[in-house]
Design a protein around this ligand. Sequence first.
Ligand code: SAM
Length: 333
Amino acid sequence: MLFSDKELREILLSEDQDFLEELYKEARETAKATFSNKIYIRALIEFSNYCKEGCYYCGINRNKYSVHRFRLAKDEIYSAAETAYEAGFRTFVLQGGEDTHFTDEDFAEIISHLKKNYDAAITLSLGVRSYEAYKLFKDAGTDRFLLRHETADVDIFQKLHPWDQSLERRLKAIYDLKELGYQVGTGFMVAAPFTNHESHIKDIKLIREIDPAMIGIGPFIPSKGTRFEAYPAGTVELTRKLLAILRIEHPKALIPSTTALNTISEMGRIKGILSGANVIMPNVSPKFARDNYNLYDGKKASGLEAIEGVRELNEYLKEFGYEIEFTRGDYNV
Ligand code: SAM
């Protein structure tokens, strides 16, 4: 079901708690119709915080000099994957800054190694690369790719990024990935600087056009030392409304309840799930990586947010009638 623009405006402006509770209920019932009470888990491996890009909002952008930079060696990536596999994870998500130290061939080697040694899905989240690179990664066995469009408003996109990036370039990458047969994830930051309800309506409509397998949204959170350090974070309420809208419009999409949402609210994780999300991505990076992969201030990376808390997380989810699903959790059209 697709909402009209008028309905979208009504939801985004609404402060009527009864109306919103009904919306969240419809969203979680939509998720349950596809996924029952199962929550898919993905092992998040943050492999590098070096980045050639200068995204103004991002805590690891190339111009932030206070960042202690790290990159994992291949063996450290393999060891994180091994730990995750032993804990029952069947999807590895390799996420990082756009680190040119890793050549396309390096990634292909890492992907081939993981595919050879583990019966698991591989998701990449490493930004814009060429069509040829994406083809190489796909041929090496990659299953999925996350690349948020960030904002569907061209002018706002340009205010959030330096001149050498464009929405057009990011969209071309998203469509390249689709053409190559990846399960593609896109999404945006909620309430990033300059965005507003109208730009979020554009996000919702762009996601309809892309028709992705995965949709990742989370609140913008300021990061000290970036040009947007004084801007307010997005709210739980707006994130929940947008999650619910996206779930109702995309009943089969894999939608994470993100770390960013859990960072701005004690109960953020479960609030995301109760608004229609069905994926959680616990952190399995080594401690020094977790400590330095700070996309925004206060980012959570331990406890229920991480691999060591996965059993406890399952118990916690059960209190709300959900449970972890330990299989790959592919997108099924
Ligand atoms: N470089 C890759 C890319 O662009 O897809 C992957 C890493 S990037 C750091 C992952 C995501 O972090 C981005 O898509 C962005 O939406 C999110 N992010 C960055 N800074 C953020 C902030 N201050 N608040 C919330 N999310 C942020």
